[in-house]
Design a protein around this ligand. Structure first.
Ligand SMILES: CC(C)=CCC/C(C)=C/CC/C(C)=C/CC/C(C)=C/CC/C(C)=C/CC/C(C)=C/CC/C(C)=C/CC/C(C)=C/CC/C(C)=C/CC/C(C)=C/Cc1cc(C(=O)O)cc(O)c1O
Ligand SMILES: C[S@@+](CC[C@H](N)C(=O)[O-])C[C@H]1O[C@@H](n2cnc3c(N)ncnc32)[C@H](O)[C@@H]1O
Ligand SMILES: [Mg+2]
Length: 309
């Protein structure tokens, strides 16, 4: 990673712990400028960061604003585990994901990192918002086993892509893609950090009239299941749009299946109906991507792709 920022204060250097320094020609040294509040990048929307910052210390309140994400673990943890186990020949019963490296992008307070760590996986959780990562760090530190298996980093996906090319067996982006800018770049980065044959797991909200009525009007304005202003319907992603981004960017879609939230019980169930929430599993193709012109393309970011006849 080259942690350089360019600003009206000259070239600034981002050191670890998100502390920003600026180089002073006069003093011939770096001086402290301040703390970075969230990672800026092509895929991070500053408006979204403001929304999430307001709730950054509420992640582990099981009855609070993130209650539906706590109960979603009943579906998404077995979904990830079982699909990953299809790719291995044998596994330990007690820690079936032992040895697997998982990247949880947009991990928030670590609600999904922790159960994946308990299944034996080595989990890297990243989130652009410092406050989320602080909450996640603090929570895992209560459990010495998880403390070793999980590492957190306050950064965007683009920040780590260069140093983690083909590193992970799985990338998870749960309830994240409807909050990102430039979804294609986001998907391309997911592809780059995955090993060939690695798995991408996405859960999100479909872009339908029903998701507007129930996901925004009902869930936010009427029932208060999700805080007001959490979601913007225009940013919702349909399974068709997701597939149309995954397939040309090096993925083979395996499964797309619906999830239905029962607001009375607070629990989720699987359904064939994908008109509200859904989960997707795609595998990074081992072969290079074929483009329309029959050129061989290696997926890259910012349109930097190797092309050969
Ligand atoms: C205009 C207006 C108000 C219309 C509403 C009228 C109305 C209530 C119509 C109901 C129609 C209906 C029942 C449709 C269901 C469609 C369907 C697929 C039916 C299947 C039938 C079936 C199998 C039923 C089984 C029994 C069951 C489960 C019954 C419940 C039915 C029901 C009422 C379903 C609606 C559930 C609901 C309110 C869904 C909201 C959808 C949604 C997108 C919620 C977001 C949930 C979420 C991901 C929360 C986590 C989260 C995320 C974020 C973030 O930033 O992303 C932030 C947070 O704080 C979070 O908590
Ligand atoms: C609804 S929360 C989901 C948290 C976690 N994945 C879970 O399910 O418990 C969305 C998270 O995505 C993060 N996020 C928003 N935009 C992002 C982006 N462009 N890249 C990575 N994470 C992002 C937010 O900071 C927030 O923590
Ligand atoms: Mg969301």
């Amino acid at each position: 990673m080259t942690p350089w920022l360019f600003s009206d204060k000259g070239i600034m250097c981002l050191k670890s712990n998100n502390i920003i320094f600026a180089y002073s020609d006069k003093m011939k040294s770096y001086r402290y400028v301040g703390m970075r509040l969230y990672s800026t990048s092509k895929t991070v929307d500053p408006k979204e960061m403001k929304t999430f910052k307001a709730l950054a210390y509420k992640w582990w309140d099981e009855q609070g604003a993130y209650a539906p994400l706590h109960s979603m673990n009943d579906l998404r943890v077995p979904f990830i585990r079982d699909n990953l186990l299809k790719t291995v020949t044998n596994h330990q019963l007690e820690s079936p994901l032992s040895g697997m490296k998982i990247l949880d992008v947009g991990c928030g307070g670590g609600l999904l990192c922790e159960p994946l760590g308990r299944l034996g996986a080595l989990v890297t959780g990243i989130d652009p918002l410092n406050e989320n990562i602080k909450t996640a760090q603090q929570h895992k530190s209560f459990d010495p086993v998880l403390d070793k298996r999980i590492q957190y980093n306050a950064c965007s996906l683009e920040d780590i892509v260069e140093e983690t090319v083909e590193t992970f067996d799985a990338v998870v982006a749960s309830e994240v893609v409807e909050h990102v800018n430039d979804l294609e770049t986001f998907i391309q980065c997911c592809c780059q950090v995955l090993k060939p044959g690695g798995s991408l797991f996405i859960t999100t909200i479909n872009k339908t009239q029903l998701s507007y009525a129930l996901g925004i009007i009902f869930a936010e304005q009427i029932a208060g299941i999700v805080p007001k202003g959490t979601h913007t319907w225009e940013k919702f992603v349909s399974p068709e749009e997701l597939e149309s981004l995954l397939e040309p960017n090096g993925f083979l879609v395996q499964t797309i299946t619906g999830m239905l939230y029962n607001p009375f019980s607070g629990y989720w169930r699987w359904t064939e109906n994908t008109s509200l929430n859904y989960a997707a599993h795609a595998i990074k193709s081992s072969a290079p991507v074929e483009t329309e012109e029959h050129h061989t393309k290696t997926p890259g970011i910012d349109g930097q792709e190797a092309s050969q006849k």
